[in-house]
Design a protein around this ligand. Structure first.
Ligand code: SF4
Length: 64
């Protein structure tokens, strides 16, 4: 599974907290970005939660 953060991100930090900054982190603009190329199987559940709880729907799954 691969994901990316799109332009709807408002930098609320929810996805970053949920993943302890290990999958999402702030970029230089104070917005979130995905910092791993591929989501490991064991991290998929927390990433699904991050997708669900993102207030702006900014986290997208990317077709592989
Ligand atoms: S939860 Fe959504 S809006 Fe908040 S920082 Fe993450 S991608 Fe951006």
């Amino acid at each position: 599974m691969k994901v990316k953060v799109n332009e709807k991100c408002i930098g609320c930090g929810s996805c970053i907290s949920l993943t302890d900054s290990k999958i999402f982190d702030y970029n230089d603009n104070g917005l979130a970005e995905c910092i791993v190329d591929e989501i490991k199987k064991e991290d998929e559940e927390v990433v699904e939660n991050a997708i669900t709880y993102c207030p702006t729907g900014a986290i997208e799954k990317v077709d592989e």
